[in-house]
Write a protein that binds this ligand. Structure first.
Ligand code: ATP
Length: 618
């Protein structure tokens, strides 16, 4: 078999020119056919069918209709469906058999065990409350208020997703929770519903629930979800912005009117330090994208927020699609008798995403591959991830002349620009959106068909979250990751994720060496240096560079006075509008009620510091 054909599918390359690169990837033993059969994929897909799609839909998702065995299975399934369907419109037997445990009360230990197994719910901890199986249970078993059930019905969600089935009862029972579930599997609703149930109604005693998100864009999305779910109840939900903080600073009496607060860490810390926000009544503290918020760069701020939440009855819940083991250890340290829930496999990609790795030779090959895709025709919307703001701008300047509706989003764009881009992308006005890591976490763009990792991701976690912008809520999606010979040492990390999520991976890739811990850490700290994305003449490039250098030097001079050194390279941090602002003098908030247990600082813990230094999973 021609190895280069395998490596270069999707882009045209000069084989002679890349002869050295080919040698780089050629394994010593002969290529063998992949071991991954479509059967295995099908089994996995059926097991993780969170949104209860039919078998034929799964086949469509996998794109394996040509596989004879599966095609036969589908045919059989359809035949069975036809046989079992009744003219009177009653449910067919096939559905009843499949759905039996879903509609049954989960009374016995065995029922619960079977139910969890079927939905790939893994629980760790003591006295774990039973999951629930249908949204009707919320009203009948847990006494949820009418308005919540009505809003749920209006959202047209038929059934809870596995994370909702298990996380909601845990939160209702007041337990601390660490919840890990795939991207796009409904984690937001899994914490919104129990919070609303517990708060009952507006109380005018100040914030009682606090949700922290690493980016302003995700915070806005969460805010919208809360607004949707609180229709019919006069809850006051606040998204902390410069404007809302200023209003509350000027009119302290307004603060008590609010019930729920959503914020990015920096914005909130700023408000705490200025004594604009009181968190002593907060009963629910949620960290969305918790592993990001517990990483160095955010940890200091998260710690300060924890310290300000002084209520002894504080319930802490962490949600993410990924939890490196170091973060899990840290979380275990500050949570009280927590329950850990894992849906499916730990740190895995969503299985409805068809993942591909594409060898592009040199940097220039990436642009060729993108242009080829454009020429061949693609199905928008498409998200393209690059590793830096600079490269996002460069790629944008290249693609703007390609006759497609393309835009670029990163933290250097104004808030108004970012809001308008997100809205236009959602409405389909932008076909291709070039983005930095800022967009990788939590953003719910329902119809994204394709994610392109133009630049190889700096960690497995980044890969999982980036590609997780497609294939959401049970939909299918595609993700392509371009790689050059510089990325080759890290390839195996992504191959492992692909393999685990049931994607076909050629045998030679499976035989690659895993990158060392040290090299993974190095990559995480600093991206690979790459050639500028530019097809202009050398003369033009030099001229531009000179101009840019002058502008940058002047900018740097100004910024140096303002930006805290620790945050300079964190694009995701810049998502917080406070980023780049003057760092406030740190006065810990005064908290007379603070219990010994609750005031334990995350940073004062030696083990925590060590864990953060040895972030092993990257
Ligand atoms: N029970 C449900 N049935 C169908 N769709 C649902 C259900 N619950 C939530 N959704 C939808 O699924 C989509 C993904 O939800 P959400 O954004 O909460 O995912 P997530 O798990 O937080 O993903 P990420 O890890 O990327 O942040 C949303 O569009 C949401 O409206």
């Amino acid at each position: 078999m021609d190895l280069f054909k395998v490596l270069g599918s999707g882009a045209k390359f000069n084989k002679k020119r890349f002869i050295e690169d080919i040698a780089l990837f050629e394994p010593s033993n002969k290529l063998r056919k992949t071991n991954d059969t479509s059967d295995t994929q099908m089994d996995i897909m059926q097991e993780i069918n969170f949104f209860h799609n039919s078998k034929s839909a799964i086949v469509e998702t996998l794109g394996v209709t040509k596989d004879k065995k599966i095609a036969k299975d589908v045919e059989k399934e359809q035949e069975e469906e036809n046989i079992n369907s009744h003219d009177d419109g009653s449910e067919n037997e096939y559905d009843q058999v499949e759905e039996e445990p879903l509609t049954k009360d989960l009374n016995s230990v065995n029922d619960v065990k079977l139910f969890r197994k079927r939905h790939r719910i893994h629980v760790y901890g003591t006295d774990v409350p039973n999951p629930f199986s249908s949204f009707d249970d919320l009203e009948s078993k847990y006494d949820f208020q009418q308005y919540i059930c009505k809003n749920l019905k209006n959202s047209a969600y038929e059934k809870p997703t596995p994370i909702q089935m298990q996380a909601i009862p845990i939160m209702i029972h007041g337990r601390d929770l660490m919840a890990m579930a795939p991207t796009g599997s409904g984690k937001t609703l899994a914490y919104i519903l129990p919070i609303l149930h517990d708060l009952k109604g507006p109380e005018k005693i100040g914030y009682r629930a606090l949700i922290i998100s690493p980016t302003r864009e995700l915070a806005q999305q969460i805010y919208r979800e809360f607004k949707k779910m609180t229709i019919g109840k006069k809850f006051k939900v606040c998204m902390l912005t410069k404007a809302t903080a200023a209003t509350q600073a000027q009119a302290p009496h307004l603060r008590e009117k609010f019930d729920i607060l959503i914020s990015t860490p920096l914005r909130l810390v700023h408000a705490i330090q200025q004594e604009i926000i009181e968190l002593k009544n907060v009963r629910h503290l949620i960290l969305d994208e918790a592993d990001k918020l517990l990483e160095l760069g955010f940890l200091e701020q998260t710690d300060e927020i924890f310290a300000a939440c002084s209520n002894i009855k504080l319930q802490k819940a962490l949600f993410s699609a990924t939890f490196p083991s170091s973060v899990e250890t840290l979380a275990n340290d500050f949570m009280k008798d927590p329950i850990r829930v894992v849906i499916g496999l730990k740190n895995a990609a969503t299985e409805t995403i068809k993942q591909k790795l594409l060898y592009v030779g040199q940097e220039e090959g990436k642009l060729i591959a993108v242009r080829q895709l454009i020429q061949e025709g693609f199905k928008p919307p498409v998200l393209i991830f690059v590793q830096s703001i600079e490269r996002a701008k460069e790629l944008f300047h290249e693609l703007i002349y390609d006759g497609i509706n393309v835009d670029v989003i990163h933290s250097e764009r104004t808030k108004a620009q970012r809001d308008s881009i997100i809205s236009n992308f959602r409405q389909g006005k932008i076909w291709v959106l070039i983005a930095t890591e800022l967009m990788a976490r939590g953003m719910d763009f329902k119809g994204v068909n394709l994610v392109i990792n133009y630049d190889f991701p700096q960690s497995v976690q980044s890969y999982i979250h980036r590609i997780g912008r497609t294939g959401r809520a049970g939909r299918s999606g595609e993700a392509v990751t371009y790689y050059t010979k510089d990325d080759a040492p890290y390839l195996k990390s992504i191959v492992n994720v692909m393999k685990e999520s049931g994607c076909e991976v050629p045998d030679w890739m499976l035989q690659l060496k895993n990158p060392s811990k040290e090299s993974k850490q190095r990559l995480r700290k600093k991206p690979i240096e790459r050639k500028t994305i530019d097809t202009r003449s050398t003369y033009d490039i030099k001229k531009m560079r000179r101009k840019k250098k002058i502008i940058e030097t002047s900018k740097r001079r100004k910024a140096h006075k303002l930006v805290p050194a620790s945050n300079k390279n964190e694009d995701i941090n810049k998502g917080d509008p406070l980023y780049g602002g003057k760092k406030e003098k740190k006065d810990k908030p005064k908290d007379d009620n603070k219990s010994k247990n609750e005031s334990k600082s995350l940073l004062s813990n030696k083990k925590v510091k060590q864990n953060n230094r040895n972030n092993k999973d990257y």
